[in-house]
Design a protein around this ligand. Structure first.
Ligand code: SF4
Length: 349
């Protein structure tokens, strides 16, 4: 495991206990991701913090997913938010507004909000330059938009399944259901049976609890022979659970999600704090960035390499040896250096 990943795992272990779940089908694999999402929201409500929360969204009809490193009820920089809010009030009098950053306070303002943080690991303890933070900010703005859309009920889960080539009605494997059942006894349907209230094996449906499930094959075969006893058998079934959990976690929909974001840099081995960058959400900035990059994605403009201040990225880029942009960038850097040298010499005369 890479050092950065190890540090992320360490942070995740602070709030989640890893449990191994065997998957048999690709539907199981995605079902597990949805259960992880559900568990993430429950952890957030219970502990005030969750880590590694996966989100999905659509950009220009393309499915994009991402993992938010940290979601919590703690505002990363309430003073900064307050300052920007008061600037907004003043600006409103002049009919210019930064409402894009901070939607006006609503009557539901007293509800606690959740805030997103991206954690980046670094080898160097040096402060982070704006050029390094910029892509992390865009990434976080994107995840914020996805989470807001999910909280507002705008994500089409069936579209997501289609994009991954998943059958929403394919029943999860018995192995997967048994292992999920040992963690979440809610999969056992406790509604009264339609006939005599008895399961085919004679036990009461409501009496089936997770404690009944062991790793023995007996319970596996019992579940296999009584599929009606189980809820959330398929990806389509899980959508309802995911939506319920979203409603509980974000009662005000997208308004339940705060407008202040943080990128937090820590040392990849020691976990020592290096730097933080707090910034307000701006849909305008994100849309501008996306529109420029989607033009390239759709083949409407040629590829464009990095700017000079991000030239350090070329050092580790796999296309570095053949990149004509890099070559011209090198020439520009050289020309600028020579110009500065000439200016210094002229000043010295
Ligand atoms: S080498 Fe070329 S492709 Fe790679 S980061 Fe630099 S400009 Fe971009």
């Amino acid at each position: 495991m890479r050092q950065g990943s190890a540090m992320h795992q360490k942070l995740e272990d602070e709030v989640h206990k890893a449990v191994k779940i065997d998957i048999v089908t690709k539907e199981d694999a995605f079902g597990l991701r949805l259960w992880n999402f559900v568990q993430g929201l429950r952890t957030l409500r219970d502990m005030g913090l969750t880590r590694e929360l996966e989100v999905w969204g659509m950009i220009d009809g393309n499915l994009v997913n991402g993992i938010i490193d940290s979601v919590s009820y703690r505002n990363p920089n309430a003073d900064f938010e307050e300052e920007l809010s008061s600037q907004e009030s003043q600006a409103a009098q002049l009919q210019t507004s930064i409402r894009d950053f901070f939607p006006q306070k609503s009557k539901t303002e007293h509800h606690r909000k959740v805030y997103l943080t991206d954690v980046k690991t670094r080898r160097s303890l040096k402060p982070v330059t704006p050029a390094v933070v910029r892509p992390a900010k865009v990434q976080l703005l994107l995840y914020h938009m996805f989470l807001c859309d999910m909280a507002a009920g705008k994500l089409d889960y069936l579209k997501v399944f289609r994009r991954y080539g998943l059958d929403p009605d394919d029943t999860f494997s018995d192995t997967f259901m048994a292992e999920i059942g040992s963690l979440h006894d809610e999969i056992f349907d406790d509604t009264p049976a339609s006939s005599a209230g008895e399961a085919p094996n004679g036990s009461s449906q409501a009496a089936l609890k997770s404690s009944d499930i062991t790793s023995s094959g007996e319970e596996d075969s019992r579940m296999a022979s009584t599929p009606d006893l189980l809820k959330y058998n398929t990806l389509r079934d899980l959508i309802a659970l995911v939506k319920d959990e979203i409603r509980l976690t974000f009662p005000e929909g997208a308004d339940s999600i705060g407008q202040m974001l943080r990128v937090h840099y820590i040392h990849q081995e020691s976990g020592e704090d290096i730097d933080v960058s707090d910034f307000p959400v701006s849909r305008v900035a994100l849309e501008k960035y996306l529109s420029k990059h989607m033009e390239w994605w759709r083949g409407e403009r040629p590829a464009q390499g990095v700017e000079i201040e991000e030239g350090f990225k070329c050092l580790t880029c796999e296309f570095g040896n053949d990149c004509s942009w890099r070559e011209s960038l090198g020439q520009r850097i050289l020309a600028q250096a020579e110009e500065r040298k000439r200016a210094r010499q002229a000043n010295a005369r």
